[in-house]
Design a protein around this ligand. Structure first.
Ligand SMILES: Cc1ncc(COP(=O)(O)O)c(C=O)c1O
Length: 380
C-alpha cells in the first residue's frame, strides 16, 4: 500500500472536511452568497491577524504578497532595509532590486536571528529608509526573527514602515499585528492555514496606507487601493480564487471555534515533541532560535541531508524538506504546520531513524521515537 504523508513546510496536508468544502459547485463571485462568505472571511482574518485593519486577499502564492507589498509601498529610488538571513530574506533583496529600490542589506548568518540593536544602528544611519523588510520566521533556516522588538524600534520612526513576511509564522505562534506595530504582515494559504497553495493575505496599517497613497512603483494586478475600494463594496477587485476562499471560510471557522491560544499550543506541542525526539536521537538543531513551525535538523557528520529526504520520499512515501541554497545537504526540515498531529510526528521521527541507519549512520532504532512518545504522553 502506498500511503503518503506530507510533512514539508508548504504545501501542507489539508483536512478532508476542507477538501470536501472546496469541491462543492462553484458559485459566482459577484453574488450576495459569495459576498457574505467574503465578509465573514475578512472578519475572521482580522481575528487571526490580531488587527483592526483590513486584510487584503490576493490570488497568488506568498511571494505575490511580498511583491505586492514592495510595489504598493515604495517609489523608484526609495531606500529600504532588508534583513537577509536566509532564502526568503534574499527574496526581499531580489524584489527591491527588480523594482529599482535601494536595498541596504543587514546580513545575518544562516541559523541565527537578527540583533535588533544592529537594525537600530543601520536605521539610525539611514533615516530615509521607507521600509524594513523581514521574515517573522525564516523557513529556510527555522529561525524566528524578533519582530516584536523591531516593531518597537520602527514605531518611533514616522517615515518608516515594518513589513513582515509571516508566511510561515502567522497562525503558528503569537504574532500581534497591531500591538507590536507590524505595519504590513503577509501570509499565504499553504502553511499554517492548512489550505492548498494559491492565496496570499496582506494586512496594512494606517501608517502604511499613507505610503500606499504616494507609492509610484508600477503595478496593475497587485493594487492595494483597488482592493481597498473592493472591500468597501464587499467584493474583490478581480475574480477571486472562489474555491480556496470557501475552504478558507471553513478553516477560519475552525480557528475561531478553537481559539488562537489552542492553535498556538497545538504547534508548540508538535514542535516540542519532535525536538525531544531529535535530541533523543543525539542529533542537533540548525536554528539557534527554534520555531514552532518546523524542526530543522543538522545532517550528522558524513551524511548528505538530501539523501535522507530522498529515502523518506521515494522509499517510505513521506515528504519532508531538505535545505535550500547554502544549507542544501546540511539540514532537513520537518513541518508542524498543516493537518498533522503527534502521530504524524512519530512517523517522521521513525522514518528519519530508519533512513539514517540505511545511510550508514547508526542510531538505535526507536530512541528518538521513545523520547517523543514520552514528551507527548506527559504533555497532553
Ligand atoms: C517565509 C517564507 N516567505 C516566502 C515564501 C514564498 O512563498 P510562496 O512559495 O508561497 O510564494 C515562503 C515559502 O515557503 C516562506 O516560507
Amino acid at each position: 500500500m502506498n500511503k503518503r504523508y506530507l510533512m514539508a513546510p508548504g504545501p501542507v496536508a489539508v483536512a478532508p472536511e476542507v477538501l470536501a468544502k472546496m469541491s462543492e459547485p462553484i458559485i459566482h463571485h459577484r453574488s450576495p452568497q459569495f459576498s457574505a462568505i467574503l465578509t465573514k472571511v475578512r472578519e475572521d482574518l482580522k481575528y487571526l491577524y490580531q488587527t483592526k485593519n483590513d486584510c487584503l486577499i490576493l490570488a497568488s502564492s506568498g511571494t505575490g504578497g511580498m511583491e505586492a507589498s514592495v510595489v504598493n509601498l515604495l517609489s523608484p529610488g526609495d531606500k529600504a532595509l532588508v534583513i537577509r538571513g536566509g532564502k526568503f530574506g534574499e527574496r526581499w533583496d531580489e524584489l527591491c532590486h527588480t523594482y529599482g529600490v535601494k536595498a541596504v542589506n543587514i546580513d545575518v548568518t544562516w541559523g541565527k536571528a537578527v540583533d535588533p540593536q544592529e537594525v537600530k544602528k543601520v536605521l539610525d544611519a539611514n533615516p530615509d529608509a521607507r521600509a524594513v523588510f523581514v521574515q517573522a520566521h525564516e523557513t529556510s533556516t527555522g529561525v524566528k526573527h524578533p519582530v516584536e522588538e523591531l516593531g518597537k524600534l520602527i514605531r518611533e520612526k514616522p517615515a518608516t514602515v515594518l513589513v513582515v513576511d509571516a508566511i510561515s509564522a502567522l497562525g503558528v505562534y503569537e504574532l500581534k499585528t497591531d500591538d507590536w506595530g507590524l505595519d504590513v504582515v503577509i501570509t499565504g494559504s499553504q502553511k499554517s492555514l492548512s489550505l492548498p497553495p494559491g492565496l496570499a493575505f496582506v494586512s496594512v496599517s494606517e501608517k502604511a496606507w499613507k505610503l500606499v497613497e504616494k507609492a509610484q512603483l508600477p503595478k496593475y494586478y497587485f493594487n492595494f487601493l483597488k482592493e481597498k475600494k473592493a472591500i468597501e463594496k464587499q467584493t474583490t477587485a478581480f475574480t477571486p480564487a472562489v474555491s480556496l476562499i470557501i475552504g478558507l471560510a471553513e478553516v477560519l471557522r475552525g480557528i475561531r471555534a478553537t481559539g488562537l491560544p489552542a492553535l498556538f499550543a497545538h504547534h508548540r506541542r508538535l514542535s516540542e515533541g519532535t525536538k525531544a525526539g531529535v535530541t533523543g536521537m543525539g542529533l542537533e538543531f540548525f536554528s539557534t532560535v527554534p520555531s514552532e513551525a518546523i524542526t530543522v535538523i543538522k545532517a550528522p557528520e558524513g551524511i548528505d541531508g538530501q539523501n535522507v529526504v530522498k529515502i523518506l520520499r521515494d522509499e517510505y512515501g513521506i515528504t519532508i524538506a531538505g535545505g535550500q541554497a547554502q544549507a542544501k545537504g546540511k539540514i532537513f526540515r520537518i513541518s508542524h504546520m498543516g493537518y498533522l498531529n503527534e502521530w504524524d510526528m512519530i512517523v517522521a521521527l521513525a522514518a528519519v531513524e530508519r533512513a539514517l541507519n540505511q545511510l550508514g549512520y547508526p542510531i538505535e532504532l526507536g530512541k528518538g521515537v521513545a523520547a517523543a512518545e514520552a514528551y507527548f504522553a506527559q504533555n497532553k
